[in-house]
Design a protein around this ligand. Structure first.
Ligand code: PEP
Length: 251
């Protein structure tokens, strides 16, 4: 795995003026760094952000998308609409969508399939809750979540980006230790190996309170190919520090 991918998840944050200021700082700081950068922004800002990122190295992503092509799905956004805006990534199955919008493993898998069919790379999120970790069910949970996606995508499963995001670490300031994260990443990689020819080509991101202080240690793990960053992606110096750590580790 050569360059790492650092993707920001802005969640429901931003406004026209602050988006512009943030992206200008990131674009400037990114020059000369050896890492892939992406920002996954609220849907309403995709056109603005795409225009601002047009001549930069920053890729643009959505935070969700519909599993359907078109039709009577009020409030939804299709993969085809994202494609028209040259959106490169779409997060699917973020734990906040699973929790607040009751998205099932099957829905997440259908969204991943729909993304790939439209030339968009899904960033598929998996992760266990604190109760599941404490009950020793971490491996079982992430394996189940990924297996539904692998089953749905079949031979295309190698085209996703996978993000391991322990739910208890998202937005809490708690981070999986590098060893805890590596253990799960290694098992996800082993699971992918049964479905795809070159499992090492699938980027597996870690997400969950990654920040400027802990990024280098997490990103140094063998099977951690990048990060999905929430809070720290909203401040240019923090996001750039993570990109800098990723750059220093690029092979
Ligand atoms: C996320 O929302 O995907 C995330 C990892 O958030 P945070 O970095 O704030 O924990």
């Amino acid at each position: 795995m050569s360059k790492k991918l650092i993707a920001g998840n802005w969640k429901m944050n931003g406004d026209l003026a602050s988006n512009q200021a943030l992206l200008e700082q990131i674009a400037k700081g990114l020059v000369g760094l050896n890492a892939h950068a992406a920002v996954c922004v609220p849907a309403i800002y995709l056109a603005q952000v795409q225009a601002l990122c047009a001549n930069t190295e920053i890729a643009v992503g959505a935070q969700d998308m519909s599993q359907h092509n078109s039709g009577a799905y009020t409030g939804e956004i299709s993969a085809n609409m994202l494609k028209e805006l040259n959106v490169r990534y779409a997060i699917v199955g973020h734990s906040e969508r699973r929790q607040y919008h009751f998205e099932s493993d099957q829905t997440v898998a259908a969204k991943a399939k729909q993304a790939l069919a439209n030339g968009i790379t899904p960033i598929v999120c998996v992760g266990e809750t604190l109760a599941e970790r404490q009950a020793g069910q971490t491996q079982e949970v992430v394996k189940r979540q990924l297996s539904v996606v692998i089953h749905e995508l079949a031979h295309c499963a190698g085209e996703i980006v996978l993000a391991y995001e322990p739910v208890w670490a998202i937005g809490t300031g708690l981070t999986a230790t590098p060893e805890q994260a590596q253990e799960v990443h290694a098992s996800l990689r082993a699971q992918l190996a049964l479905a795809v020819k070159h499992p090492e080509r699938v980027k597996i991101l870690y997400g969950g309170s990654m920040n400027a202080s802990n990024a280098a240690q997490l990103l140094a793990q063998t099977d951690i190919d990048g990060g999905l960053i929430g809070g720290a992606s909203l401040k240019a110096p923090d996001f750039l520090a993570i990109l800098g750590a990723a750059s220093a580790l690029a092979k």
